[in-house]
Design a protein around this ligand. Structure first.
Ligand SMILES: *[C@@H]1O[C@H](CO)[C@@H](O)[C@H](O)[C@H]1NC(C)=O
Ligand SMILES: *[C@@H]1O[C@H](CO)[C@@H](O)[C@H](O)[C@H]1NC(C)=O
Ligand SMILES: *[C@@H]1O[C@H](CO)[C@@H](O)[C@H](O)[C@H]1NC(C)=O
Length: 322
C-alpha cells in the first residue's frame, strides 16, 4: 500500500519534471554570447525608410571577391515596405562597420523581373559551381528569390528559388531563408536551405529545400522544426551551425529567444527538445526579443550577429564569446 503510494508520487514527480523541462540542458562548452552593441545605428544610416532592420547575413568577402570594399560584408534589410537589401562592410567582424554609399543594392522593384511591395531577409552564400556570390531574399512573402553578383553590389537577377506551391497546398508564406553547404555528399545535393513556411493554421515552421546548383530547389515535404511549448506559435530564421563536431539547426521563436536543436547531416533527424542558444541579458540596451541568429567563427573568435528588439522595430546587434 505504502509502496504503491510512493511509486505513484514518484511517477507524478517524473511527469512534472518532464513537463517543466521544456529546454534541453546546454551541452558542455556551449557558447556564452556577451552583448557588444548595435551595428545598424538608425540615427546615422542614410538608407532608413522604416526605422527598423532585420536579418543579418555575414560574408567573408576578402576570400572570394577581387577588390572588396572591406574584408567582411554584412547584408541586412528593413522588413516593412519597401524593404531593400542593404550592405555594410568592415575589415574585421569586430567592426567598425561602414554603410555602403548606394543602398539598397537590391530593391523591391526590378525592371523586367518583378515589382513587389517589399524585399527583405537577405542571405549571402558563395556558389562554387557558378564562382559567384548568390544572395537569397524574400519578396514579397510568398516566394524566396535569389540574385547573383561578382562584386557584392551589382547584381544579376536569378529567379524564384522556392515558393508557396512547392511547400504544399497549405503554405501561405515562403520567406526567411538561409542557404548553407550540404553536409551529406551522398545525397547528391551541394546546398541546403532552411526557410520559414507559414500555413493556413497561421503556425510558422522551418522547412528544408535542397539543391545541386543553388538555383533549382526541391522542397522536402516534412518539417524541420515545428514549434513546441517552449517556442510558442512561430519558429523562423533557421540556419545550420556546427559546434564541437555536432550539427544544429538554430532559429528564433515567438518566445523572443533563439534556440538550437541537434540535426544530423541528412537534415532529417532533428532533436525533439530545443536548447537555449541566446536571449537578451536584460542589462542596459541588451533587452527584449532576439532573432535571426548568424554565428561567425573566425580564427579563435566566435561572433553572434542578430536582430534585437520588436519584430517591426528591430535593429542589428552583435555579441561574442569573451
Ligand atoms: C512555384 O514554382 C514552381 C516550380 O518552379 C512552379 O511550377 C509554380 O508555377 C510556381 N508557383 C507560383 C504560384 O508561382
Ligand atoms: C492541410 O491542412 C489540413 C487542415 O489542418 C490538414 O488536414 C492537411 O493534412 C494539410 N495538408 C498538408 C499537405 O499538409
Ligand atoms: C506569429 O507570427 C506572426 C507574424 O510575425 C505574428 O503576427 C503573430 O503574432 C505571431 N504569433 C505569436 C503567438 O507570437
Amino acid at each position: 500500500m505504502k509502496a504503491a503510494i510512493t511509486l505513484r508520487m514518484l511517477i507524478g514527480a517524473i511527469i512534472t519534471t518532464v513537463a517543466i523541462a521544456q529546454v534541453a540542458p546546454q551541452p558542455d562548452g556551449w557558447p556564452v554570447f556577451t552583448y557588444q552593441g548595435v551595428v545598424t545605428d538608425k540615427s546615422k544610416l542614410q538608407y532608413n525608410p522604416t526605422n527598423e532592420y532585420i536579418f543579418p547575413s555575414v560574408f567573408h568577402a576578402s576570400i572570394y571577391l577581387k577588390t572588396p570594399l572591406g574584408a567582411w560584408y554584412l547584408y541586412y534589410a528593413p522588413h516593412d515596405d519597401p524593404g531593400g537589401i542593404s550592405l555594410m562592410y568592415a575589415n574585421s567582424p569586430d567592426g567598425p562597420w561602414t554603410e555602403y554609399a548606394n543602398n539598397p543594392v537590391i530593391k523591391n522593384v526590378w525592371s523586367g523581373h518583378y515589382s513587389v511591395p517589399h524585399v527583405s531577409s537577405p542571405d549571402a552564400k558563395w556558389n562554387n559551381e557558378a564562382s559567384r556570390l548568390f544572395v537569397y531574399f524574400h519578396g514579397s512573402n510568398s516566394q524566396t528569390r535569389w540574385a547573383e553578383t561578382d562584386d557584392g553590389v551589382n547584381f544579376d537577377y536569378g529567379g524564384v528559388a522556392v515558393n508557396n506551391t512547392m511547400g504544399g497546398p497549405n503554405v501561405t508564406e515562403t520567406s526567411y531563408a538561409r542557404v548553407f553547404t550540404h553536409r551529406n555528399p551522398a545525397s547528391g545535393y551541394a546546398y541546403g536551405m532552411f526557410y520559414m513556411g507559414n500555413e493556413r493554421d497561421n503556425v510558422r515552421r522551418i522547412r528544408l529545400a535542397e539543391s545541386k546548383d543553388g538555383r533549382t530547389w526541391t522542397v522536402d515535404p516534412s518539417y524541420v522544426v515545428e514549434p513546441g511549448p517552449e517556442e510558442g506559435a512561430n519558429v523562423s530564421g533557421g540556419s545550420l551551425w556546427e559546434w564541437k563536431g555536432q550539427l544544429y539547426v538554430i532559429y528564433h521563436a515567438s518566445s523572443g529567444n533563439s534556440y538550437a536543436r541537434t540535426i544530423d547531416k541528412t537534415l532529417r533527424k532533428v532533436g525533439s527538445q530545443p536548447i537555449l542558444l541566446h536571449k537578451s541579458s536584460g542589462n542596459g540596451e541588451d533587452v527584449g526579443r532576439v532573432a535571426s541568429p548568424e554565428i561567425v567563427t573566425f580564427g579563435d573568435k566566435t561572433y553572434l550577429f542578430y536582430e534585437s528588439g520588436d519584430r517591426l522595430g528591430a535593429t542589428i546587434a552583435w555579441a561574442k564569446i569573451v
